[in-house]
Design a protein around this ligand. Structure first.
Ligand SMILES: Cc1cc2nc3c(=O)[nH]c(=O)nc-3n(C[C@H](O)[C@H](O)[C@H](O)COP(=O)(O)OP(=O)(O)OC[C@H]3O[C@@H](n4cnc5c(N)ncnc54)[C@H](O)[C@@H]3O)c2cc1C
Length: 722
């Protein structure tokens, strides 16, 4: 911290010194001296000086050149001509090439250390695409700018200093890129007497050549990409024609939407599902878990019915009936994702296991064992994820439940051990506790819901404990054993080991993308370090005609994120030759359906602090909300992060009853650039929970009231009363 501050003051010192030199330059009108006429007039004196004291003249010239370019003082052109006139082409080129690159680097560094943090903090989100572009292709852009000597040299130095390009790279590319222009100008300097004006140096033909030279890196880049693409496909024979425009693997949230979009725009599309239509969300994820949460919540309410003046509501749980309802809910929703519905929509649905055999063909093993090979112009992989089971000794042998298998229970486990304190672990631990199980939840991290702010974790932890969950954070599962039929999990906490007995253990420690057994390895489709399929911003894999979406691609494991990506993948796959769209993740909301719910969009306070994004926090306590008090759900808060001094929303976290629904207003606001003033100016029905959003906006307004003006308004009223 100290080092950063002193380095900053150092750069501020340099900046101030530079400002003084520039002021002196302006005051003495040095620019007037740096003209072609003056140079011509002084040519003999300069050459004489070089002949009399070659080293001193060279070094002095070098120094002046570096300072002039570092301070972005106009006149580099005349100095370059002077180098040619004084030193000749060879030495002149050497001196100018190094002096101009060094000066450029200094200007770049001054801009970087004085302005970049401020510029990035102020315009950070809107600069993100530029930063990405520079990180990816900055060298090519810089080379083009340097090769065409019409782009102002000093401006390039200062602007590049604001971007993420590395200083070493900037120096090297600048020196290389400026070489051609430097040769031309230094050479012109050797013919100084023949020059009437600097315009004589750059004839239209020469300028044209520079432009061609400048376009060259971009053409080279396009060529490299084309060659890379050819290389990727080289060993795969491309069919002459394709049976289909699109084949989609997996009929979960991502695959269903991709197939739907393709059919809607009249493409020939085949959707292949190896297990159950609807994927995880319908069969073992969102739908059953929310159905279970509903029963658990009712049980909890009935237990507390006396608080509402309702007597004799025992709320005895019939767990088998609860699970029957869960499966009933799945059945009720099934038609939305069914083969019949998608066939009606124009999608060919095949039920079988898909394996990608070439970048354009998929082999499907149908239920009866027969095989079909489909050729397709594009492919969308939406193969989802499966529960991750950690290699804890004894765990697999003792038997365990996961989010895939827990729905098969017909009897409530007496003692349930839940491994994992993420959203799935918390939702299920709370539900089972409310339904009457004795639940112990073990989390290795110091708190549950690690992705959210600590105060959110604390609130969720309190509510889990209030529901009877024995919550053990900071406890690491070491091994599982079974002695005389008693199953035990050994956990480590600090230096001590604790034994936790259980009847069933539910493993909810994360979900691994499904990336094996269907051709990715054979095609050499790379994975990310998080073991998701590696895709670019257009959701293309290494093969540009193969896309990946949803849990298998990440970075989110959410139904609506999979569906969102599916739109991009389908549109890019079908129309990419005309226009491609980068997947936009700027406003992705999510909710954890614990009670109270936790909903978030955009930045949390922790993330904003870690990223160094300046923010203000506005809070509104839901314990103060009329409707929540009436409902007996007066707990939680709305926390909004805004740009300092502005009503622009950076992120929102809501903890409370129906937080997921309340969040929608902020998602809309962020997506369409509406600030808190707009939310405050919108009528919200009284008494509803949604008023929490308006009151939160009101808190922001109160904190930003123009106090000075209000003092005057107060005086005005006093004057009116007098
Ligand atoms: C308990 C739980 C609760 C959840 N709650 C929520 C929630 O409340 N909100 C939310 O947004 N998300 C929730 N999720 C996450 C959500 O379910 C997933 O993010 C979502 O289902 C991902 O969709 P997908 O299309 O990527 O994959 P999936 O839905 O997993 O679909 C992939 C499909 O591909 C098929 N498949 C794979 N390989 C092949 C092959 N080779 N051939 C043929 N078919 C293949 C699979 O059989 C599967 O049906 C929850 C998840 C769990 C486990």
């Amino acid at each position: 911290m100290m080092a950063t501050t002193s380095r900053k003051s150092w750069w501020i010192g340099i900046g101030l010194a530079a400002a003084v030199v520039v002021a002196l330059y302006q005051y003495f009108d040095v620019g007037r001296l740096l003209t072609l006429d003056n140079l011509n007039a002084s040519r003999d004196a300069l050459v004489g000086a070089y002949q009399a004291r070659p080293l001193l003249t060279l070094l002095s010239f070098f120094g002046v050149y570096v300072v002039a370019t570092a301070l972005s003082i106009p006149g580099a052109l005349i100095l370059t001509l002077a180098a040619g006139a004084m030193f000749g082409l060879g030495v002149g080129l050497l001196v100018v090439s190094f002096a101009s690159s060094l000066g450029a680097l200094l200007a770049f560094l001054v801009s970087r250390y004085l302005l970049r943090d401020w510029v990035q903090a102020r315009f950070g989100p809107s600069l993100a695409p530029i930063n990405d572009g520079i990180r990816r292709d900055g060298v090519f852009y810089l080379l083009t700018l340097r090769l065409v000597p019409v782009f102002p040299f000093w401006l390039i130095n200062l602007l590049m200093g604001l971007t993420p390009i590395g200083a070493g790279r900037f120096y090297a590319v600048s020196q290389l890129g400026m070489l051609a222009g430097t040769v031309v100008y230094v050479n012109a300097g050797t013919q100084l007497a023949a020059l009437q004006s600097p315009r004589d140096i750059l004839s239209p033909a020469l300028l044209g050549s520079f432009v061609l030279l400048g376009v060259f890196p971009l053409l080279a880049k396009a060529m490299v990409r084309w060659l890379q693409r050819r290389k990727v496909y080289a060993k795969w024979p491309r069919p002459k024609a394709f049976d289909r425009n699109l084949v989609v693997i997996g009929a979960g949230a991502g695959g269903l939407v991709a197939a739907y979009i393709a059919a809607a725009v009249k493409a020939k599309v085949t959707l292949i599902e190896g297990h159950r239509m609807g994927g995880d969300c319908l069969n073992s994820g969102c739908v059953p878990s929310k159905a279970l949460i509903r029963s658990a919540k009712l049980a909890k309410e009935l237990h507390g019915a006396a608080r509402f003046g309702v007597r004799d509501a025992a709320g005895r749980v019939d767990f088998a009936a609860v699970m029957r309802r869960v499966h009933g809910v799945i059945r009720d929703i099934e038609p939305h994702d069914s083969v019949e519905r998608y066939t009606r929509l124009g999608v060919e649905v095949l039920q079988g296991h898909a394996r990608i055999t070439t970048p354009w063909s998929v082999e499907v093993t149908l239920a009866d064992g027969s095989k079909r090979v489909l050729t397709t112009r594009s492919l969308v992989i939406a193969a989802g994820a499966h529960p991750f089971v950690p290699p804890i000794p004894g765990l697999a042998e003792t038997g365990l439940l996961t989010s895939d298998t827990v729905w098969g229970l017909t009897e409530l486990p007496k003692r349930l051990l839940v491994l994992g304190g993420g959203p799935i672990g918390c939702e299920l631990a709370q539900s089972f506790a409310r339904l009457g199980a004795q639940v112990t939840q073990v989390e290795m991290a110091p708190r549950v819901m690690l992705r959210e702010d600590p105060e959110v974790s604390a609130l969720v932890a309190d509510s889990l404990r209030a529901d009877g969950v024995e919550l053990l954070t900071g406890h690491q599962a070491v091994r599982v054993d079974s002695i005389d039929g008693v199953k035990r999990l050994v956990v480590k906490h600090g230096t001590s080991e604790i034994l936790l007995e259980f009847d069933q253990i539910l493993c909810a420690v994360g979900r691994s993308p499904r990336v094996t057994g269907y051709g990715l390895e054979e095609l050499g489709i790379p994975l990310t370090p998080r073991k998701t399929i590696e895709t670019n911003a257009y959701l293309q894999t290494r093969f540009p005609n193969i896309y990946a979406v949803g849990d298998v691609a990440g970075p989110f494991q959410l139904t609506h994120a999979a569906a969102h990506q599916a739109w991009y993948a389908a549109v890019n796959a079908l129309f990419g030759r005309f226009k491609r769209f980068k997947a936009d993740y700027s406003v992705i909301p999510w909710t954890t359906f614990t009670d109270p719910e936790v909903a978030r969009v955009g930045l949390s306070e922790t993330e904003a602090t870690e990223q160094g994004t300046p923010f203000e926090v506005t809070r509104y306590g839901i314990d103060d909300l009329d409707r929540a008090i009436a409902d007996g759900t007066a707990q939680g808060f709305v926390k909004i992060l805004t740009v300092p001094g502005k009503d622009k929303i950076l992120g929102v976290t809501i903890v409370g009853e129906h937080a997921g629904d309340l969040l929608a207003e902020y998602v809309l606001a962020m997506k369409h650039g509406l600030g808190l003033n707009k939310i405050l100016g919108t009528i919200h029905t009284y008494p509803t929970l949604s008023e929490a959003n308006k009151y939160a906006a009101g808190e922001w307004k109160r904190a930003h009231a123009p106090q000075q003006l209000l003092r005057w308004v107060g005086r005005y009223h006093a004057w009116e009363r007098a």
